[in-house]
Design a binder for this molecule. Structure first.
Ligand code: NAD
Length: 423
């Protein structure tokens, strides 16, 4: 099926925006300029040109990236994205956000990010497997269970993580489940990882609502993006009593003002791969979904979706950043003025890396937990992180974004100061 092209995050200058937000947090924390500059620069940037043989016998090469932002708190970790818009600017920005996220939720990890500039929809499964394996081989000295642990992101999931784990294990001569997280259960994955990011988004939303003295029951939700994150978030939200009125994917959206039957929509998307053609709701464009009169809007597809030009059209009372950077700094200002609360990505979508951490612990100990145990621990970690952010909001009058940044950046800055500079 042909799919339309997507907005480029890189044209929005992701890295510049991430540095702007870091500078704001640095000012609030009273950090010296040199320290802020250090935190704004990644440790290492690795770029590869991975060649693969296509099914028709021709050879093509693809740009691959891994940016390691900071390992001050522990090994690097972060998602690998397969998408035509992947570039160094975007990967570097996301690696930085990953550092703040791990720090904010108290994980002993540093931030990294990776990806390949490719439209995976244009490749056969065999080509995609060869590309994933070649990218892994080219990152053979970069990925390591003790140094840098890749995880799923846009257009990569448990299948790709299994290929990465297998390639790395074969080339190193031993089975290394801990070299990636987000793997299938049968090769050392954890219960609860598939739904973790989406579940975490709804847990964070519930914390926010409790803080505001509100309740999720009956609240209307619109969700942009119906991939790994969006599907899990929609199902968990419905189970928790919310009414999901609209969802969208790359083929467009569907809307029912009285609420969609998410299990039925999931079955349709499973069978047809995309939402297009779902018969029991009205079609709606991927942009219109942002402007619906709902209580909660969850952008869970791509960055830069809510910006200076469209922020005044948002009607939701709460915007929960499922995707990375869906609300630009310009839009933040407009939404704040309009009294719309934005729960930032580094808190809202932390469920994925939290359960990845649980997976890594289980792999290293060879001792596996039940799904209930995973979900309970996830809830605890998110509640603790939310409480720290809420304290900053209440005591210092900060936005939730700056409340989260001050916490995330502050812990890394403190560790960096204590460890000192080598040599
Ligand atoms: P995915 O590849 O599983 O799904 C992406 C979804 O977005 C798909 O449904 C796709 O059709 C849809 N989409 C693409 N372009 C769109 C458009 N223009 N309008 C509407 N929908 C569009 O990816 P995912 O893992 O669900 O990740 C989604 C977002 O969440 C990304 O920003 C990712 O970085 C972030 N995130 C994911 C995780 C994770 O563990 N998967 C963790 C943290 C953050």
């Amino acid at each position: 099926m042909a799919v339309q092209s997507q907005p480029s995050e890189s044209s929005l200058g992701s890295l510049e925006k991430a540095r702007q937000q870091l500078a704001q947090a640095g000012a609030l924390l009273d950090l010296p300029a040199g320290l802020v500059a250090r935190l704004g620069a990644p440790d290492k940037l690795i770029q590869t040109y991975s060649p693969i043989r296509m099914d028709d016998g021709t050879i093509r090469q693809f740009s691959g990236y891994r940016v390691q932002h900071s390992n001050i708190l522990g090994p690097y970790t972060g998602g690998v994205r397969f998408h035509p818009n992947v570039d160094l600017d975007q990967v570097t920005a996301h690696s930085m956000l990953m550092t703040w996220q791990c720090s904010l939720v108290g994980l002993p990890y540093g931030g990294a990010r990776g990806g390949v500039t490719v439209d995976p929809y244009q490749l056969s499964e065999a080509e995609l497997e060869r590309l994933t394996r070649r990218y892994t081989a080219d990152m053979n000295q970069v990925f390591d269970p003790k140094k840098d642990i890749p995880t799923p992101d846009v257009n990569t999931g448990s299948r790709e993580m299994a290929w990465i784990m297998d390639t790395w294990s074969v080339t190193h001569g031993f089975a290394a489940p801990g070299v990636v997280t987000g793997k299938p259960i049968s090769v050392g994955g954890t219960m609860g990882r598939r739904d973790a990011t989406g579940r975490g988004v709804i847990l964070a939303l519930q914390e926010l609502l409790a803080y505001k003295g509100r309740d999720l029951t009956g609240m209307k939700i619109a969700l942009q993006g119906f991939g790994k994150l969006g599907r899990a978030a929609a199902r968990v939200a419905q189970e928790a009593g919310a009414v999901v009125v609209a969802v969208s994917d790359i083929t467009g959206g569907i809307h029912h003002p009285d609420g969609l039957d998410i299990l039925d929509v999931l079955e349709y998307a499973q069978a047809h791969r995309f939402l297009k053609g779902y018969p029991k709701a009205a079609p709606i464009s991927e942009e219109e979904i942002l402007y619906l009169p709902v209580d909660v809007l969850i952008p869970a597809a791509f960055g830069g979706q809510i910006h200076g030009e469209n922020a005044d059209r948002i009607q939701a009372e709460f915007v929960i950043e499922g995707a990375n950077g869906p609300v630009t700094p310009e839009a933040d200002v407009v939404l704040e003025k309009r009294g719309i609360t934005v729960l930032p990505d580094i808190l809202a979508n932390s469920g994925g890396v939290i359960v990845s951490y649980f997976e890594w612990i289980q792999d290293n100990q060879q001792l596996f937990w039940s799904e209930e145990e995973v979900n309970e621990r996830l809830k605890d970690v998110i509640a603790r992180a939310f409480a720290k952010v809420a304290r900053n909001v209440q005591e210092r009058g900060l936005s939730f974004r700056m409340g989260a940044y001050v916490e995330g950046v502050g812990r890394v800055a403190e560790a960096l100061s204590l460890r000192g500079l080598y040599p």
